[in-house]
Design a protein around this ligand. Structure first.
Ligand SMILES: Cc1cc2nc3c(=O)[nH]c(=O)nc-3n(C[C@H](O)[C@H](O)[C@H](O)COP(=O)(O)OP(=O)(O)OC[C@H]3O[C@@H](n4cnc5c(N)ncnc54)[C@H](O)[C@@H]3O)c2cc1C
Length: 396
């Protein structure tokens, strides 16, 4: 049985996919979002939405649907090393928010229901078929649909990326993550990042009585099995954090994920645009994925939405080049900072010195947070402070 033709088929109902559905659907384009799992969706994530991401949620009309009970304002980031170094900075752009993934997904779904041209289908994995002049064939639960534009929003292991021939070569050093929620009152208004020699733990307040803890580490082999035992062994590397969590019951099971680093050769080809983690993912170490995904969706819509409204047929890779160009600078800046932090994570002694240095220069730390979320450009780089930090790194 055929489901007929749509303008835009979005594969994946995470933040990127739902934002794409809302953006194209509210412009009157017939848009279908298919999510393979159930909705509202959950996912191992640090759940810190940065100020830039909150601004996109506002623009998409999602913010009014958030139940603040399942969220918590975030003042900034606080780094703590296991040797006692500490540095914190407030976001220059105002507070961010810790938001449970299920709550974010529920708010997206409610907002989507208001849009006539948008249909969201949970439990509907998509299999893509042939590309023709009128669109791409897609099989949804054995039923065929045709779409002029496929938006690949199916996460960092994207099948759309592979199907489109856009998969890049992934590096050999692989990092994994495990995440779990605990029932306890948040003890800080910051996202706390604990640095041990071989792993980092992120603590995000995400409700009045809940914190999320995500641990990231590098491993030679795939290591995502073991749930509760794996989480306990990871947490044993962070005695300070262990003390803060003493007596707190887990409010959900532990879930592991990885390897995180995934590469796309390009975010576009004929009839296809990749957004969010599907367009390539480096690491969760700087916790910006949701904000970046929402920025990409905005860039995709700006680049091709008006074309889709005024033309028939399938946009070519050339028509989609504007999107490619818009996101390359934004991704490069974010990945540059992520690579710097990853470098420190591989060199614990340098990390210790960097945290001490940032502790003495909160303005530089603040600038790095702003640059990471794309709120300031690399051109506004504070040279003097950077020289001071580099000196601190070299001298120890
Ligand atoms: C440990 C960890 C901590 C993180 N912490 C933060 C943080 O604090 N702040 C932040 O902003 N970001 C953080 N991130 C990154 C953030 O989680 C991602 O960047 C974000 O979820 C990207 O959204 P997305 O919609 O692209 O992908 P996803 O959220 O992965 O959504 C993809 C969706 O596609 C669906 N799907 C897959 N295949 C198909 C198919 N064939 N058909 C239909 N549906 C399909 C999946 O079920 C999934 O729901 C973290 C990531 C990790 C791993």
């Amino acid at each position: 049985m055929s489901l007929g033709a749509v303008d835009v088929l979005v594969v994946g109902g995470g933040p990127a996919g739902m934002a794409a559905g809302i953006s194209f659907g509210r412009a009157g384009l017939r848009t279908l979002v298919c999510e393979s799992g159930s909705l509202p969706a959950d996912k191992p994530c640090g759940e810190g939405v940065m100020p830039a991401g909150l601004a996109y949620l506002e623009r998409l009309g999602v913010s009014p649907y958030l139940d603040l009970e399942h969220t918590r304002a975030l003042a900034g980031i606080h780094y703590r090393s296991d040797c006692g170094a500490s540095a914190s900075a407030r976001f220059a752009e105002g507070p961010g928010r810790g938001i449970r993934r299920t709550e974010l997904s529920r708010a997206f779904c409610e907002r989507a229901q208001e849009i006539d041209a948008l249909e969201v289908r949970p439990r509907t994995p998509v299999r893509l078929g042939l590309r023709g002049p009128d669109g791409t064939e897609a099989w949804l639960d054995g039923r065929k649909a045709t779409a002029r534009l496929i938006v690949g929003a199916d996460g960092f292991r994207s099948e759309v990326r592979r199907w489109a021939g856009l998969q890049g070569v992934c590096p050999r050093r692989r990092r994994f993550a495990i995440q779990q929620h605990f029932r306890c009152a948040p003890w800080s208004e910051y996202v706390e990042v604990h640095w041990a020699g071989d792993a980092e733990a992120y603590v995000t307040p995400c409700g009045r009585k809940e914190v999320g803890v995500a641990v990231l580490w590098a491993a030679e082999e795939k290591k995502t099995k073991g749930g509760q035992r794996l989480m306990a062994s990871m947490l044993s590397r962070f005695p300070q954090l262990g003390a803060s969590l003493r007596g707190a019951e887990p409010s959900a099971g532990a879930r592991a994920i990885g390897p995180m680093h995934q590469v796309a050769r390009s975010p576009v080809c004929d009839g296809v645009g990749l957004v969010g983690d599907a367009s390539g993912y480096l690491d969760a170490i700087t916790g910006e994925g949701i904000s970046l995904a929402l920025a990409q969706v905005q860039a995709l819509y700006d680049a091709i939405g008006p074309w889709m409204i005024s033309h028939d047929g399938v946009p070519t890779a050339r028509d989609l080049q504007g999107y490619s160009r818009r996101i390359s600078g934004m991704v490069r800046q974010h990945q540059g900072i992520t690579r710097l932090v990853l470098f420190l994570s591989r060199n614990p002694r340098l990390a210790e010195r960097a945290i001490k240095g940032l502790g003495r220069q909160p303005e530089l730390f603040r600038w790095l947070l702003s640059a990471n979320m794309g709120a300031v450009s690399a051109a506004s780089f504070p040279k003097l402070e950077m020289v001071r930090l580099a000196t601190a790194l070299v001298r120890g």
